[in-house]
Ligand binder design. Sequence first.
Ligand code: ADP
Length: 596
Amino acid sequence: MNIFQLFKNLRPFVRPYRMLVLITLILTLIGSMMQQVNAIVLDRTVDAINALIGTEFSWNQAARILTIISIVLLGKELLSALITFAQNYFGERMRIFVSRDLSQSVIEKVLTFRMAYFNTDQNATGKIQARIDQGVSSLSRTVQNFFIDLLPLFTSALLALILMFAANVYVGLVALGIVPVYFWITVRQARRLKGWRREMRGYLESKSQGIKNIIDSINVIKSFNRESIEAGKQLDLQNQVTANQVKTRRVGFYYNGVKSFVKQVGTVLVIILTAYLVLAGYPGMSIGKIMYHVMLFSNVVAPITQLQRIFDDMNDALIYAEGFFDILHSDSEVEPSGDYRPEVIKGRFELKDVDFTYPNGTQALFGVNMTIEPGRITALVGLSGAGKSTIVNLLDKFYIPQNGTILLDGVELEKYDTQYLREHIGLVLQKNHIFDGSIEENILYGKPDATHEEVLEAARKACIYDQIMALPRQFDSKASELSGGQQQRIAIARMFLKNPPVIFLDEPTASLDAIATEQIKNSIDAIKKDCTVIIISHSISQIIDSEMVYALQNGRVEESGNPDEIYRKGGIYKDIIDASARSLNIEKIARTVSAE
Ligand code: ADP
């Protein structure tokens, strides 16, 4: 990304605040002009006092000069303070607003992305987060630099230069000669640092991801006593960051030293030249001019020093903006959607020769053919990794298959309005996500405009009402403090509230104890009535209840039929059911239970 593209990309974000930009710009311009006042006043003062020295002056004369100087300098300082306050305030206001808009727009964009986007390594949570954070902070700084600081800086330097030329052409020429050298060094410095800054961006993203990984798996790390290994992994990264920082600082200080020396050379040249002109009796040259020229010269150079900071910020922005605007402009990542919205969705899914490969290259489905009949319960059975969840992912349009077609009620799934489709599908996973918030808020997620009564009713149907009422804060309790089984029933209550015609249950009881499993089975039995249900489960009791079974192996449908039929055929389904029965030790259990 170059500077013009950056400017173009930022413009829409600054446009709403153009009045703020204009006000701040004008104030800053006035401020930069006022900076020249000190030099002019000092020049006049030295000359006026110098003229008095050696003459029979009256103290009244001296007092008058000093009074005028004091009034001008203090008045100017007061005005300056007011202007600086207003300028900082308006500038900061704009920066804060722009920063808010940038953050919000990128969050809104990320929410529209298809599932595959989040599934790649380079878009891991911590990395996206770092990219957004760094992008927003560096871009909002750029907005300040671009639209507010840059113009006044140039004006200030130019004004000081013009005053120097007006005072004396030779002095002006010295300043004009030094500026390009100074500028050239600044540009070289920025170029030299650019590559390292880009490297730094990668490190920062990895660091943020690393910390996230540690927190996510802290109980595994602790239970295996692997703290030192994890710390070691981070140390490598820290060392790279440190090496990069040291290198960057060293080069930065080196160039700052060179620049400072060049500036000093310029100051010395200005002093020598002005002193020579004064001594040689050059017209208009007085002792006050030495001070005047040195101050003007420093006014010429000071903005260019600031330019260095802007250059650095700008280079950061160019690097961070790439990652940031890549997200904002990734229209190809936006979830595809059709516009088909039928009156009713019955839930007859047909998969025809479906092949599917995940973004990382794992092929999960090979030529899958399957029909899910509406109003019935279909079970997907198979060993772990067989492709069962993948099928549910495709039916919910989280991913689009590379080959083959999926029809819903006779219409291609791709033609459906994605949001409308999901409005009619309920999904319960092995581990349902509970959001930060109260139990009521979590249940309401299924239907945000539901009444409190409806929430209570949903909780009752999900067999969780009594347990919630036993909590000190009841429905206001934090949902994240519930046990796994309770959270699962909150998720089911959420689905009761949504009341969709199609339900996908992906191992809903896999991580629960027997009592919770039974309660959830009851909840699910209640919700299943008249719905199209697909259930993925390892629990025999749930599979046996189904009317149709598809047994999958390595991404292929191996057997299908009703549970009794395909059991009798003998195959993967029979193997799984037999193994489950053995692992349950059914015979012994039956003896224990019947002995009672
Ligand atoms: P099941 O639900 O039968 O246990 P899945 O459908 O989850 O199996 O997985 C099928 C295959 O796809 C497995 O080889 C698995 O490693 C792979 N897979 C599942 N999810 C992803 C993903 N998000 N990215 C890449 N590969 C995946």
